[in-house]
Design a binder for this molecule. Sequence first.
Ligand SMILES: [Cu+2]
Length: 479
Amino acid sequence: MRMKSEFVFEVALVCLTVFAIGCSQGSGEIRGEEDAVLTSPPNVPPPIKRNYNTKLKVHLEVVEKTSPISEGVDYTFWTFGGSVPGSFIRVREGDLVEFRLSNHPNNKMPHNIDLHAVTGPGGGAASSMTAPGHTSTFSFKVINPGLYVYHCATAPVGMHIANGMYGLILVEPKEGMPRVDREYYVMQGDFYTKGPYGQRGHQPFEMEKALKEQPDYVLFNGSVGAMTGDKSLTAKLGENVRLYVGNGGPNLISSFHVIGEIFDKVFIEGGSSINHNVQTTLVPAGGSAIVDFKVEVPGTLVIVDHSIFRTFNKGSLGLIKVEGSENKIIYSGKTSDSVYLAEGGAVQSVGEAVKVPVAKTKQEQMNFGKQKYESVCAACHQVGGEGIPNAFPPLAKSDYLNADKKRAIRTVLHGLQGVITVNGKQFNSVMPKLDLTDEEVANILTYVYGSWSNAGYSVTAQEVKDARSEKPPEISPEH
Ligand SMILES: [Cu+2]
């Protein structure tokens, strides 16, 4: 039944598309004018209700700004509209777009824009080179429906893109996009910083790593945690969800996947042909895809690049909380319970690199530990330590954790695999070995023990050092 109606729909789409191209290239009449609604990620402007073409005015401002790329790590982004990715633009096939690009007077660099939805030299780049404190205006007619990337194309192009200068423009076909209950904007990008993933402080762009295509960060929507914790996407049981997915690159191809879902439909590469029942779809650098799925069970879906080290070690992870009447997972149960923080648990630095600040009090250990926890552990165990049922065990009120401090230190040092029971639930999975210093392990565990009504133990770098010099525990070979 469903197959049949979809088939009819597709035939209709093809006919309409052919018809639309036929007429829009001719004397497509333009009626009136309006300002385009622009949104920052993960939001998408509302569907277009017009059944005629108009002159659509888009005003986009380039802003160079410093903001967190991860907890405790700053990066100087170059943005279209103040966000990474840039503002989402939604137009109707056949519209005449009047585009104004302003370069904020405080910016240091010239910028321009190449929209893949434009038929014309450089996708508009040639007409839009704009110095700081200037505005360029140009117009184009959108002839082809689809989901298109736009990006800066000012030399060095790779650097402008690597700093976050990309976004999406959706050209709705004349008959509109098929309606769904929720639409979101998700765009991947790879980032190259002087210090490695998670190193605190301001991190400048590193050209060397960009040339070698070895990013420190692979991110959805411009920062680690842009779509986790309080910022997770949401949906209600039974809804149809659509993700407008883009990949700004500059280098990597995304193997886009949502753990716990199957895409009912994929508009392949953001174009007009629709594939069904897809697990993972490729999104090329400078390309897109539109994925639709119905959420049928409550719980948490995990948006990933299935080149999976990028997800668990470089940040490409987002969450969709599906709320249903039962089995509801609550993420807002944040940190800082009534934890008693005793003064004076000074931790000595043990042959540590000079740059890394050493925690001198338990409060500092807690603060550093929180930052590190959120950039390293929260991807799996969640910001509030609640874990994810059947996948990642909880650390909040975990009997396994609280029963044995030494075992917890060994777990973080060496990773863990095989069957374990946490609060009466079995887990049989793999926690990877993580590359952390003694300091970091001590701070993280002090933070974990000091949060969420856990046992409150302090862990010192010396204890971690001692555990490290012991023989690693036997690892169960079975899966
Ligand atoms: Cu630029």
